[in-house]
Design a protein around this ligand. Sequence first.
Ligand SMILES: O=C1O[C@H](COP(=O)(O)O)[C@@H](O)[C@H](O)[C@H]1O
Length: 245
Amino acid sequence: MMLKVFDNKEEISATAAQLFIDIAQKAVSERGRFTVALTGGTSPDALYTLLSSPAFKDKVDWAHTFIFWGDERWVPLTDDKSNAKMAHRTLLSNVPIPESQIFYMWADGKSPEEFAQEYEQQVRQVLGDALSFDLVLLGMGGEGHTASLFPYEPVLKEKDKLVYAYFLASQDMFRVTLTAPLINKAQNIVVMLLGESKAAALHEVLEGEHNPELYPAQLLNPENGKLLWLVDQAAAKDLKGNYNS
Ligand SMILES: O=C1O[C@H](COP(=O)(O)O)[C@@H](O)[C@H](O)[C@H]1O
């Protein structure tokens, strides 16, 4: 695990954009394609905008890129709460990626549970036996959830399913999420988070007692150890350890 602290969102986004490009280029040169799970919420919009800017856009081989999501709110793609809507506006509508290589976590007229099973099949088809994304981008909520792995939800104990749908009563909506066993098979996991509202949870996740039921982000434990936290000064303010080396 590594953690880097930055002054602001611009610096985090620029670092994440360069990582995205480096990982994408390596994956395409070694395996002929790049598979990534995007994150939602408020943290990644500047990263996505940067990736589709003239300076960065041509550095990713979009024709060989396959886009999934780490999690989604079960709402239509036109809804402002949709993680995909933001990614589409800031990134996907501005880069030359084939529509068939974008795997939205939403389908009209299906139950979320039925959809999750189908999404799992799509993940299996694209990732093959290794079941390993080249990159999983994540955020973290102020109570320590990551993707849609929320405190005390049964999804935290899921060992077999790769994709899980459930009703999140605290937000009165269904969520669809990759499960921790699938996330942890990724070649690279990058978590971005900003703001003082995340400080206490970040301290507990990294330096507190192991209690993933309460702090689900503690489930992040990639099989190859490649987990990078990109955080701002405000989010890092309660950390006691020295992460600068
Ligand atoms: O609900 C969600 O929240 C987390 C954190 O979002 P942020 O606004 O605090 O950055 C996000 O990572 C996740 O994708 C989203 O569904």
